[in-house]
Design a protein around this ligand. Structure first.
Ligand code: TXA
Ligand code: MG
Length: 323
């Protein structure tokens, strides 16, 4: 770990600058969550609508009362089981949390990342008492970054674009964004799964001893739940394995350029490489990225969620290429 770079990044963040940071899920575009101007700069850089809330990242053992109005026992259980780690909890906000962070809602998303560089940075930033607002470090609607180079590909090198620095923590281990659980409506709905991820719904339910509800119409805005999200520029189509070769042959016979992503046996390994693979395939300038549909069982829920969104805007493209 480059401690000098981490210290320098903490000072830049304290001064209101933006820094690209590694986490175990994806890279984040971080700013001081207590500084509304710094948080506004995240939205500018991403091109993200300003009413979308951002997650606040905190150090291990941070005092959550700075951010949350209360920590229900359900949150305590999940924190004990899964923090630091790829789990975001939505709690009722404390009054002093800037509206820029919450998108003007009455809740706040909190996450304690496990990546050692992120933890070291959070310990260094504001003496371990601060929070870092950090959405994924990609332009709005695009594929999340899982390497420092991806972050630079999105925003330019430090000093040449909106970023003052990018901390390099290697390739993200998990590869897809954190699981998000909403604990703000325990009385009416119970705990709600807002975004599936590496920590599975089953593990959460086992820890809580109760079932998770699915997001409903009343759910707070989650930009990751917009249907067209995580999308490469090249259209994406999902297809069952046995159909793949025939469709590839038909497309090539028509002079179409198609690249393929085959399924793997292990969901975690697939998630780890998913966004890197999508970025690499996207850069080939093909007419279509054809993705083999993974199994539809629980271990693949996070991956299937991201693939479905990546393909959402491309409905009908495969048919028109084959026509
Ligand atoms: O793994 C992750 O969570 C990564 C890394 C960088 O930590 N971050 C991430 O941030 O995925 P972002 O902004 O791309 O996605 C966070 C999601 C968004 O869909 C946002 O709307 C939702 O969390 N969110 C944040 N605060 C919320 C709140 N108060 N209520 C409901 N949803 C919230
Ligand atoms: Mg994102």
């Amino acid at each position: 770990m480059d401690l000098d770079a981490i210290r320098a990044a903490a000072r830049l963040l304290e001064a209101g600058q933006l820094v690209g940071i590694p986490t175990e899920t994806v890279y984040g575009l971080a700013a001081d969550a207590g500084n509304p101007d710094a948080v506004a700069a995240i939205f500018d850089a991403k091109g993200r609508p300003s009413n979308h809330p951002v997650i606040v990242h905190v150090a291990r053992d941070a005092d959550l009362s700075r951010w949350a109005a209360g920590v229900p026992v359900e949150a305590e259980k999940l924190i004990a089981a899964f923090w630091p780690g790829p789990l975001t909890l939505i709690l009722k906000r404390a009054l002093q949390v800037p509206d820029a962070v919450t998108g003007g809602q009455d809740s706040v998303g909190l996450r304690c990342p496990a990546h050692p560089v992120a933890q070291a940075l959070l310990q260094e930033f504001n003496h371990g008492q601060g929070g870092l607002a950090a959405p994924s470090a990609n332009r709005f609607g695009r594929v999340s970054p899982t390497t420092a180079q991806h972050v630079i590909d999105e925003f330019g090198a430090p000093g040449e674009g909106p970023l003052a620095a990018v901390l390099d923590g290697g390739q993200c281990e998990v590869g897809i964004e954190s699981t998000i659980i909403d604990l703000t409506r325990l009385d009416t709905l119970g705990p709600v799964l807002l975004r599936p991820g590496h920590i599975g719904a089953g593990q959460i339910e086992k820890t809580l001893g109760s079932a998770l509800a699915l997001p409903d119409q009343a759910a707070p805005r989650v930009s990751g739940s917009l249907d067209a999200h995580y999308a490469p520029r090249t259209p994406v189509a999902l297809l069952a394995g046995p159909q793949m070769q025939h469709v590839v042959d038909s497309l090539r016979a028509k002079g179409k350029r198609v690249v393929t992503m085959r399924c793997a046996v292990d969901a975690d390994a697939y998630a780890h490489a998913l966004y890197s693979n999508l970025r690499a395939l996207d850069s080939e300038g093909a007419d279509l990225i054809l993705v083999e549909l993974p199994p539809q069982h629980a271990a693949w829920q996070g991956v299937n969620d991201r693939l479905r969104r990546a393909a959402f805007d491309s409905a009908g493209v495969l048919d028109s290429l084959l026509a």
